[in-house]
Design a protein around this ligand. Structure first.
Ligand code: HEM
Length: 494
């Protein structure tokens, strides 16, 4: 039985509010035309996704129904959609233990992801989190020396002046190379012409594994029947596992008699920080270690490149902002780009924040209620009462809609305006990395590496021009949301 660690009167008050909340607290319900299967909502969202305006369509629904609304059909499960800051804070922090991911993310084994930080709750999640947290809190985690090597390779692949190019795939290759080095001790070297690592083959298998997993999660209990004969997924993820396994086996052998973590002191100079080795000191089981690593590789793969690609997309449409970045960059050309320099570049931080604000790469966070619980707002006719959420029901936190809420951000919520960050202190209204105990552990690393790349680009290039006739951002939503039209620009050298 669950025993909350709260004073008795708070427990009583909480259960009393649950009782009172239940009858009147239903938030506005999406008005289905197809009342049995709710196919019209799914169709509307699918059409919007295909046109590239999924989040615009969802914001339209919030406009119609209020900041929290409910989806439920006769045979369907109940889903609460919320863009309310209070509800998101409650799920992420205040009532953290009432919401989890396991019911929706844990697929039966064998499968692509297995158990790791992304798919578990409770003690299993806590253990994974404790294992990776020290990694991400280290100051040298961004490994700027290594980033510079790969950045130079990327520069050499950029076409000469004034030629139209697409930054999105190049940035993806840059971060694929750095992240595979950080995770597995060996980069996949996708920026080199032809490598022994067959990076294209690995990437294709990885994409196929992700898509297969998405299809199975969407199909729910029907997946077993619908996809029984489809073995392509298994083949693809086996290829990915084989790649990770070879690094895991090596790390386990290297750390066999070594339990201590790498630490720098006078006699022991700092060594490169490699996640597989650090984890191998704690997790000696090959399969568990493989899954734990995959769970970090997953969210790490596309997010930083998409953040940077989005930022370049926005800068290409706001040349005056790039000009300010360039001026700052030129004032720092005589010194090495260090962690401390990066931390001092406040305007760079504001530009990246503004990109994360308008175009958060992770736009939605799903949670399942692990027990009957309540959310603080959005229920009843006025949308201000508590909401009763029963065990097993889903709540979706719409980070993108929260970031565009004009009640919070003002009338220019949809405009690109890095100036809005001057003197601004945010709490739960800005959550591109989510919040609470499950906040993205890599947020520091992300900000440092993204600033580094932006600074280096601004040092190299006088300006860059937009080369896309379409000025609007058309989204392509898979695990993250990126620009479907890519990021077509032409760089100008000084
Ligand atoms: C722009 C870059 C990034 C953004 C916007 C971002 C955003 C997020 C968000 C919103 C979550 C919460 C997701 C959820 O609980 O459903 C999350 C979790 C996570 N992120 Fe990131 N992320 C970024 C980069 C990275 C990178 C580079 C890594 C690893 C190298 C990473 C590792 C993780 C992990 C392991 C979790 C799960 C944490 C947990 O459940 O305790 N992220 N991230």
């Amino acid at each position: 039985m669950y025993i909350p660690k709260l004073p008795f009167f708070l427990v009583l008050a909480s259960y009393a509010s649950l009782l009172f909340a239940a009858p009147n607290s239903t938030p506005p319900q999406y008005r289905y035309k197809d009342k049995l299967f709710g196919s019209d909502l799914a169709q509307e969202l699918n059409d919007a996704r295909i046109r590239g305006y999924l989040y615009g369509a969802i914001r339209g629904q919030f406009h119609t129904y209020g900041k929290t609304f409910k989806e439920s059909v006769v045979f369907g499960k109940v889903v609460y959609n919320t863009m309310s800051m209070e509800n998101i804070q409650t799920m992420a922090a205040t009532k953290f233990n009432d919401f989890g991911v396991e019911p929706s993310r844990k697929l039966k084994k064998p499968n692509f992801t297995g158990d790791g930080i992304l798919s578990t709750d409770g003690p299993a999640w806590k253990r994974s989190r404790e294992l990776i947290t020290p990694t991400f809190s280290r100051k040298d985690i961004a490994d700027l020396d290594s980033l510079e090597v790969y950045f130079d390779r990327m520069l050499s692949l950029m076409p000469s002046e004034n030629q139209t190019m697409d930054m999105q795939p190049l940035l993806k290759r840059l971060f694929l190379d750095t992240s595979t080095e950080f995770l597995f001790a060996e980069s996949i070297h996708s920026l080199l012409p032809e490598t022994q690592y067959k990076s294209q083959e690995f990437l294709a298998a990885f994409e196929e594994s992700l898509m297969g997993m998405g299809t199975r999660i969407r199909a729910g209990p029907l997946a077993k029947i619908k996809l029984y004969f489809d073995k392509t997924w298994e083949k693809a993820y086996t290829k990915v596992h084989r790649y990770v396994d070879q690094h895991v086996e090596r790390a386990l052998a290297e750390t066999k008699n070594d339990k201590s973590s790498i630490s720098a002191d006078e006699t022991n100079p700092p060594q490169k920080y490699i996640l597989v080795r650090e984890m191998a000191r704690e997790i000696r089981d090959k399969v568990s270690l493989c899954y734990e690593l995959m769970a970090v590789f997953f969210p790490g793969r596309d997010t930083i490149p998409v953040l940077l690609a989005n930022t370049i997309f926005l800068l290409a449409r706001h040349p005056s902002v790039y000009k300010s970045l360039r001026e700052t960059a030129l004032s720092h050309t005589s010194q090495p780009v260090t962690y401390d320099l990066i931390k001092s570049l406040i305007f760079y931080k504001h530009v990246l924040f503004e990109s994360l604000h308008l175009l958060p790469p992770v736009a939605l966070v799903h949670r399942t209620a692990l027990r009957d619980t309540i959310l603080p707002t959005g229920g009843g006719a006025d949308g201000k009462s508590l909401i009763y959420v029963a065990k097993g029901e889903t709540v979706v936190a719409h980070l993108h809609a929260l970031h565009r809420d004009k009640d919070i951000w003002g009338e220019d919520a949809d405009e690109f305006n890095p100036g809005r960050w001057e003197g601004r202190r945010t709490t739960w209204e800005f959550v591109p990395f989510y919040g609470g105990a499950r906040i993205c552990p890599a947020q520091q690393q992300v900000m440092i590496q993204a600033t580094y790349v932006l600074l280096r680009l601004a040092q190299e290039f006088e300006s860059f021009k937009n080369r896309d006739e379409e000025l609007r951002y058309i989204g392509l939503t898979r695990m993250v949301t990126e620009s479907r039209n890519r990021v077509k620009v032409a760089f100008v050298k000084p």
